[in-house]
Write a protein that binds this ligand. Structure first.
Ligand SMILES: [Zn+2]
Length: 163
């Protein structure tokens, strides 16, 4: 009798776990396969314009470069700044947004614009300039939080993106 009860409990738990997993998978699949929600886009645009206003105030100009939301970046990357033949572009990872939108808003947008500004001013010459002291200052001026936390992060691409 006791054994039977255990079996039922175990079976119920298994069914529940499968249900939860399937639901999570479904939600994440739904998010990945739909366009980015309007409210996300709105928050990103607002943050971008705040960063650009800070750039104008601190550096006397505001970069006009594409900010591209894509699901082609690898899952662990939040954002990338690419420099290809004089054209600077910023990519944000759509796949990271469902879990980490707030982090992208607070940290990543200013972070990537700081890389873009370094390119624009010719301060980025080699990979090790990526998160230099100069870059940190720009990142802070642009309102990024935790600009000192990035030491070895591969988010600067010279040349074409692989997609
Ligand atoms: Zn970086």
């Amino acid at each position: 009798m006791f054994k039977k009860k255990l079996e039922i409990i175990f079976l119920t738990m298994t069914i529940l776990s499968v249900a939860v997993l399937s639901y999570n998978w479904y939600q994440s699949h739904l998010f990945d396969s739909s366009p980015i929600p309007d409210e996300y886009r709105q928050l990103i645009v607002e943050k971008e314009s705040e960063v650009l206003q800070r750039m104008q105030r601190h550096y006397g100009f505001a970069l006009n470069i594409p900010l591209i939301i894509t699901d082609e970046l690898p899952g662990k990357s939040y954002g990338v700044t690419a420099y290809d033949n004089g054209q600077i572009s910023i990519y944000l990872n759509k796949k990271a947004m469902r879990e980490s939108l707030q982090y992208i808003l607070d940290d990543v947008i200013a972070h990537e614009y700081a890389h873009a500004l370094m390119f624009k001013r010719g301060s980025f010459v080699q990979k090790s300039d990526g998160h230099s002291a100069k870059w940190q200052k720009v990142c802070q001026d642009l309102g990024g939080s935790r600009c000192d936390r990035y030491v070895n992060h591969d988010d600067v691409v010279m040349g074409k993106m692989p997609f």
